[in-house]
Design a binder for this molecule. Structure first.
Ligand code: FES
Length: 122
């Protein structure tokens, strides 16, 4: 069975961009490449459709949870849930606390020629 591609053309990853590479969300944080697992710990949105904010965090496209891409930890919880997108302080804190246990997986993203390749750590 063929493996899903774990590469992204380097030209598609300018600073601030995030792209899909198989099960990974690969991004460029101000010139530094990263790779984390793609499914948000809140409601499983595809994080490869998110963006990198001014602080270098990966932001979920659905409810704007923010992730530290070095540790995979959610550093700010969702702003809303299900169809609601307003402030939800208690709920956001609850999601953030269980996300400390269920961090995103983190891999290495390395530039190899014209491609960015994802490699598992360890
Ligand atoms: S699915 Fe990511 S914050 Fe809601």
């Amino acid at each position: 069975m063929a493996r899903r591609p774990r590469t992204v053309p380097a030209r598609e990853l300018p600073p601030g961009a995030v792209r899909r590479a198989g099960p990974w969300a690969v991004g460029n944080r101000d010139g530094e490449l990263f790779a984390v697992s793609r499914r948000c710990r809140h409601q499983l949105a595809d994080l490869s459709e998110g963006h990198v904010d001014a602080d270098g965090c990966l932001v979920c496209p659905w409810h704007q949870s923010r992730y530290d891409v070095e540790t995979g930890e959610m550093v700010q919880g969702p702003r809303g849930f299900l169809g609601y997108h307003g402030p939800a302080p208690g709920y956001a804190a609850f999601v953030r606390s269980y996300s400390k246990v269920l961090r995103l997986r983190v891999a290495r993203a390395l530039r190899r020629g014209d491609e960015v390749v994802v490699e598992r750590r360890g």
